[in-house]
Design a protein around this ligand. Structure first.
Ligand code: NAD
Length: 492
């Protein structure tokens, strides 16, 4: 692919119809740890997006569309093998693009990418469909059964926070169902989607099945893809307001959409929780990936009896996190993704002051005395004392920050947790399992954890309520989104 320097991709190209292709314009891929440019990225124009969609259409009608489910599944396992073979290369590219700690990319992002291909390869072979023996009122007999067919060409638009993990979460089931894809990774993190093309080639998946177009959203590759009349469905992960813009651009061509959007997730901590495990669990839930996970908890509600001791303990935990170079195994906290995103997070740190927050810890920018001072780091931050109507409590910040508020009753905690237009995830921390079940079932979200966070089984439904998304992916839900079901009725 293009020019590869050691593990490092210096020139990142589009990948159309099985070929790496330059663009007419380029943009810079910036390392968030020190602000240096690590690669030039080819921007796809409208004509190249057209070519990618055309190639995907041809490939869907060609060999790929005719393969047996068994053979498709075998090739997807080979993609997983090829990712594992290039493990270090994927880790290094993901770390350079995102600034996330190497320990995180090695234990989460890259293994999950391989797992996504394996899980959906196995699942598509096992997935059955319903059938009915039908008897009508006038005595006619029939057999109804459904068959699964591909949608055709799927447009995949993804964000920067877990670039490879979230891309493969959509590409794997789309391919498993016999579709072809045109993917538009985030402009901030173009590398691993491009590296994946090498794994796809090695797995002998024909040219045109997996295409990558680089660029931005409005007036660029993202919008060209979402409004393209020959794309049969759009699957998108990103901000809620981007989802709203994409909804508008897909409307004239009426196509299925699956949206995984933002969150303002709550955690409810009861006094009977296992205190140490809860502090550790919520430290991860607030600060993992520098708070840039859609599932992160930005609102913590803690029973008043343990409020002060919990705030003190989370402060200790936050201050023990090591902000370092992403490539250092000891680093817990990397930078934010970009200068622009840091401006956004810092604007909320300023707003928190204006809204009357008490700063428990953080609230600023760390200094290192080296090149990291040109990177996009912020301090892990905890606030208390804000009203529930404060913008910092209502709006997604997407940084290493939370607000902690006390509660006195279960009803109050549930009402506060649900008082949001988002509805992605929640976590409940209690040793009373009966209460755990009871409260979990009242959460107005797509996923609730009890005494854990981010523990995922890829077969389970995943998605959001309200501003957090439309539809569910995961397991059979992904297979159903990426398929057309054709019901066949046979008169007996
Ligand atoms: P974003 O919405 O800014 O961008 C996501 C992708 O959409 C990028 O590839 C971007 O180029 C593209 N895009 C932007 N405008 C577009 C347009 N008008 N038409 C077509 N494409 C367009 O999101 P981001 O900043 O990359 O990611 C962070 C957001 O993603 C947060 O809100 C986070 O909560 C959310 N997220 C949600 C989930 C989930 O599973 N629910 C997972 C990860 C991230």
């Amino acid at each position: 692919m293009a020019v590869v320097l050691g593990y490092f991709v210096k020139s990142i190209q589009n990948y159309i119809d099985g070929r790496f292709t330059p663009g007419k314009t380029e943009f810079a891929d910036v390392n968030p740890a020190d602000g240096t440019t690590i690669a030039q990225v080819a921007e796809a124009d409208a004509q190249q997006v057209d070519e990618a969609v055309y190639a995907a259409r041809q490939a869907q009608h060609g060999e790929w569309g005719c393969l047996s489910v068994r053979e498709r599944a075998a090739r997807l396992h080979r993609v997983a093998d090829a990712i594992e073979k290039r493990f270090a290369c994927f880790v290094q590219a993901e770390v350079a693009d995102t600034g996330k700690p190497v320990s995180l990319a090695s234990r989460l992002d890259v293994p999950r990418a391989a797992a996504n291909f394996r899980v959906f390869a196995d699942l598509v072979k096992m997935a059955g469909l319903e059938s009915f023996q039908t008897e009508t009122a006038d005595g006619a007999q029939a057999l109804n059964y459904a068959v699964r067919k591909p949608l055709g060409v799927v447009g995949v638009i993804t964000p920067w926070n877990l670039p490879l993990l979230l891309l493969t979460w959509k590409v794997a089931p789309a391919l498993a169902c016999g579709n072809t894809v045109v993917v538009k990774p985030s402009e901030e993190t173009p590398a691993t989607a491009t590296l994946l093309a090498e794994a796809i080639e090695e797995a002998e998946i024909p040219g045109g099945v997996y295409n990558v177009v680089h660029g931005f959203g409005p007036g660029s590759a993202g919008e060209f893809l979402s409004q393209h009349p020959d794309v049969n469905a759009i699957t998108f992960t990103g901000e809620s307001r981007t989802g709203a813009a994409i909804m508008k651009s897909v409307a004239p061509t009426v196509k299925p959409i699956s949206f995984e959007l933002g969150g303002k997730n709550a955690a409810i901590v009861f006094a009977d929780c296992n205190f140490d495990e809860t502090v550790k669990g919520l430290s991860d839930a607030v600060f993992l990936n520098t708070g840039q996970v859609c599932l992160c908890s930005e609102r913590l509600y803690v029973e008043r009896k343990i409020f002060d001791s919990f705030v003190d303990a989370l402060k200790v935990q936050a201050e023990s996190l090591h902000a370092g170079w992403p490539g250092d195994e000891k680093t817990d906290l990397g930078p934010l993704i970009s200068a622009q995103h840091r401006e956004k997070v810092l604007s909320y740190y300023k707003l928190a002051h204006e809204e009357g927050a008490t700063v428990v810890t953080g609230g600023g920018i760390p200094t290192f005395g080296d090149a990291r001072d040109r990177g996009f780091y912020v301090q892990p931050t905890i606030y208390t004392g804000l009203s529930e109507s404060a913008r910092c409590v209502k709006e997604e910040i997407f940084g290493p920050v939370c607000h902690i508020a006390p509660f006195d009753s279960e009803e109050e905690a549930v009402a506060k947790a649900n008082d949001t237009r988002y509805g992605l995830a929640a976590s409940i921390w209690t040793s009373n399992l009966k209460r755990g079940h009871r409260v979990a079932q009242q959460m107005n979200v797509g996923i609730t954890w009890v005494n854990c966070w981010f523990l995922r089984d890829l077969r389970t439904p995943f998605g959001g309520v309200g501003l957090s998304g439309i539809g569910r992916e995961g397991g059979i839900h992904s297979l159903n989104f990426y398929s057309e079901l054709n019901n066949i009725c046979i008169r007996l």
